[in-house]
Design a protein around this ligand. Structure first.
Ligand SMILES: [Ca+2]
Length: 321
């Protein structure tokens, strides 16, 4: 583009110069009688020489432009080559990352770290289960793995299907482990479930289920097995058995209105049921619109009570250890 512009500019300059020279000839025509033929021939000769000189200059400019075009073209090729090198390096990094995952996953699988260790200190452990890459899990000394935790309302639990499927939050603070992990873990071996609930009065209650299993995404992660055994909080999940998971963008409950919207958060809503542990966090423990963190049997079915802390934990059944 620059080259074309330069050529046009140079051509215009030459045209102006030629026009000017012609006018000069016409202007002087009146006094041609006073000029000798020799003078005129000499003037024309000068103009011709000038034209030749300008022509040579234009040629030089063309050559110069052509040279610069070649340089630009070479640089374009160089850039293209460098782009290819960068792409190659990116592919290599991806490949090395995959290998690294394989290398770290193999010993984890071989060492049986597909669950939280029993008798070890509470904390964060790397767990590897078939079908998933290793991940950080919050474990206690009895081998329970936390799958959901509410403590201070720092995490947003009003999330869509994809978020609940893949999990969200900070495993060291508030989080939900994700339905896909929960499905793979509970599908591969019988699991038990324990739920701890803390209210605004500082009371902690619990519910223990000795069988817990959910289906896959095709089954909309519905609760397949759920067997309440004991606990001071009572069984508020009784109505959630065989119910599918719902979020504000995926209504799988049993009634026309959307429980995930009225109760807030994602859960295995029925009509809508007596439990909702992923509801909105109310720091004062009061939920006037029934959208808080509920466990009906723990609070006399008073749904203005919103719990201040929850922890859901699973582990493979002890008899299988
Ligand atoms: Ca509905």
């Amino acid at each position: 583009m620059k080259s074309i512009f330069l050529v046009i500019s140079l051509s215009s300059l030459l045209l102006i110069e030629l026009t000017f020279s012609s006018e000069e000839i016409v202007m002087e025509a009146g006094s041609i009688k006073e000029k000798s033929t020799e003078d005129i021939v000499s003037r024309v000769g000068s103009f011709v020489s000038l034209l030749h000189a300008r022509n040579d200059q234009i040629k030089d400019c063309f050559e110069n432009i052509k040279g610069k075009d070649i340089i630009i073209s070479d640089r374009d090729e160089e850039l293209e080559k460098k782009d290819q090198v960068i792409k190659g390096l990116e592919d290599h990094i991806r490949s090395v990352s995959e290998e690294l995952y394989e290398i770290t996953d193999q010993p984890l699988t071989a060492n049986g770290t597909d669950r939280c260790p029993i008798g070890s200190e509470s904390g964060i452990y790397r767990v590897k289960i078939p079908g998933l890459r290793n991940f950080e899990a919050a474990c206690n000394e009895e081998g329970w793995m936390t799958i959901q935790r509410r403590i201070d309302g720092s995490e947003n639990f009003t999330r869509d299907w994809e978020s609940y499927k893949n999990g969200f939050g900070d495993v060291r603070k508030e989080f939900f482990i994700g339905l896909e992990k929960l499905y793979l873990m509970t599908d591969q071996r019988p699991c038990e479930l324990v739920i701890k609930l803390g209210d605004a009065n500082g009371t902690t209650k619990y519910a223990y289920y000795d069988d817990f299993k959910i289906g896959n995404e095709e089954a909309l992660y519905k609760i397949i097995n759920l067997a309440f055994r004991s606990g001071t909080a009572g069984d508020s999940m009784f109505w959630n058995k065989n119910k599918k998971f719902s979020t504000f963008d995926r209504d799988n409950d049993l009634i026309p209105r959307d429980c995930a919207k009225t109760h807030s958060g994602g859960w295995w809503f029925a009509e809508c049921g007596y439990s909702s542990l992923n509801g909105k966090y109310h720091a004062d423990g009061f939920a006037p619109h029934r959208n808080g963190i509920h466990w009906g049997t723990a609070n006399g079915y008073n749904y203005t009570v919103s719990l201040l802390s929850t922890e859901m934990m699973i582990r493979p059944k002890i008899c299988n250890h």
